[in-house]
Write a protein of this length. Structure first.
Length: 91
């Protein structure tokens, strides 16, 4: 994430929005409700698999449309696309 910010791909605000360095700035309603995803749901990246986490977070569909800001979901999709492109270029 630091590298992406240094290249001008992500802003400091965007890093905070996805919870980088333990700071989370997400617009989440206190009554999130149910959600689903066609992807396996990954709630954290404690195992180091940030790609699986960002892919999962970008694919969640909430029963309460106010539960998760669409801008934040779009940011997760953007980060996922960058990581996937990096993997393709390095394989």
């Amino acid at each position: 994430m630091d590298i992406l910010q240094s290249k001008g791909v992500l802003s400091d605000d965007e890093k905070k929005r996805v919870g980088y360095n333990g700071t989370v700035v997400k617009q989440v309603d206190s009554m999130v409700g149910a959600y689903y995803s066609e992807q396996p749901v990954v709630d954290n990246f404690i195992d180091g698999n940030v790609l699986a986490f960002t892919r999962s977070q970008g694919s969640l569909v909430y029963s309460n449309p106010l539960a998760f800001n669409e801008e934040t979901k779009g940011l997760y999709r953007k980060i996922t696309a960058i990581f996937e492109r990096m993997l393709q270029e390095n394989s």
